[in-house]
Write a protein that binds this ligand. Structure first.
Ligand code: NAP
Length: 306
């Protein structure tokens, strides 16, 4: 059991990330009381049924009252309006944070509504699954994953240190990063790969109509992994691309150039180019495993399971 970091925490939005935070905070005793709010009656009912949050409130305003930490866990495009709604009820000295996958947009949308005397420490846990909703969370989601803190200019270092302690208590490794750099790094490591997976699955879906169900039937690991990524929440990912436009377009431009180079190598029979390229990418995979960020088990540890 770690020490309590905050007396009262409010989670706004009760999906995968918020529910995982709740269970991780409970596991380590990091918060005295956790309140929660979700937009739909259905999600609030589910949260009450499964014991997600100590108290589920019927409005965000009610949930944030007396909170020492408020975490916005809604899609990136909803952060600004949610913040505007709760701003007047925040107690002086409280910290507002978020878990959004894009940071510059969230800062621009949220910061103008942060009242005097309230701290704002944006954050982004680099952990997730393709599942969403209040029942998808689990306490181990953040274990040994990175969580990035993106303090804005003038953020109180003590407020940042306290949020760091919370994330570390939830099992994460914590780093600090500038917002624009964060958005570029994530465009490479997460956003563009998702777009490519969405495209590949879309292409295969078109093809499926021609080949009946062969694509599904014979989907080996490569395509199956694309389908897992492409099953991610449509609202969340729509917002990611709408709000991390510049960095994603920059990386997509580079991607297209490299794809054309590989296409040309295939057409001209340039085996050396292909071999060199695949040797370089294989080394990147090894680096990820050595850094403890994935398993070396064949087929991602799925074994013989279907
Ligand atoms: P999720 O499971 O889909 O849950 C989203 C929550 O936000 C739900 O409680 C939903 O309420 C609420 N919501 C949706 N639209 C809203 C709106 N317009 N106004 C108010 N509330 C709204 O999402 P998640 O995966 O936890 O993602 C939450 C945040 O974490 C996003 O900003 C995402 O970018 C970020 N993130 C996600 C991942 C990931 O892999 N999933 C990883 C890192 C960070 P209802 O249930 O009532 O509709």
């Amino acid at each position: 059991m770690s020490e309590q970091v905050y007396g009262r925490v409010a989670l706004i939005g009760l999906g995968l990330i918020a529910s995982s935070m709740f269970w991780a905070m409970k596991r380590a005793g990091l918060a005295g009381e956790v309140t929660g709010y979700a937009r739909s009656e259905e999600t609030r009912r589910t949260a009450r049924r499964i014991g997600l949050c100590d108290r589920v409130c019927d409005s965000a305003r009610e949930a944030v009252q007396d909170a020492d930490l408020v975490v916005l866990c809604v899609p990136v495009g909803a952060m600004g309006p949610v913040m505007e709604d709760i701003a007047a009820l925040l107690k002086p000295g409280a910290t507002v944070s978020d878990v959004g996958s894009v940071k510059r947009h969230v800062i621009d949308a949220v910061l103008p509504h942060i009242p005097e005397g309230v701290h704002f420490v944006p954050a982004h846990p680099l952990a997730g699954t393709e599942h969403s909703g209040p029942e998808s969370g689990f306490a181990e989601l953040f274990d040994n994953r990175w969580s990035l803190l993106v303090p804005v200019e003038g953020t109180d270092p003590e407020a940042t240190a306290r949020l760091r302690a919370l994330w570390e208590g939830m099992g994460a490794n914590v780093d600090e990063m500038d917002a624009d750099h964060h958005d570029l790094v994530l465009a490479v490591t997460s956003h563009t790969p998702h777009l490519i997976a969405y495209t590949m699955v879309g292409v295969a879906d078109d093809l499926r109509r021609v080949t009946d169900s062969e694509v599904i039937k014979y989907s080996a690991a490569g395509f199956r992994d694309f389908t897992r990524i492409a099953a991610s929440d449509p609202t969340m990912w729509r917002d990611v691309f709408l709000t991390n436009k510049d960095a994603t377009l920059e990386i997509l431009g580079r991607f297209t150039e490299e794809l054309f180079a590989l296409q040309r190598a295939i057409r001209t029979g340039d085996g050396e180019h292909l071999h060199d390229y695949f040797t370089r990418t294989r080394a990147i995979r090894r680096g990820i495993i050595e850094a403890g960020q994935d398993t070396d088990a064949p087929d991602f540890g799925r074994g013989q399971k279907k």
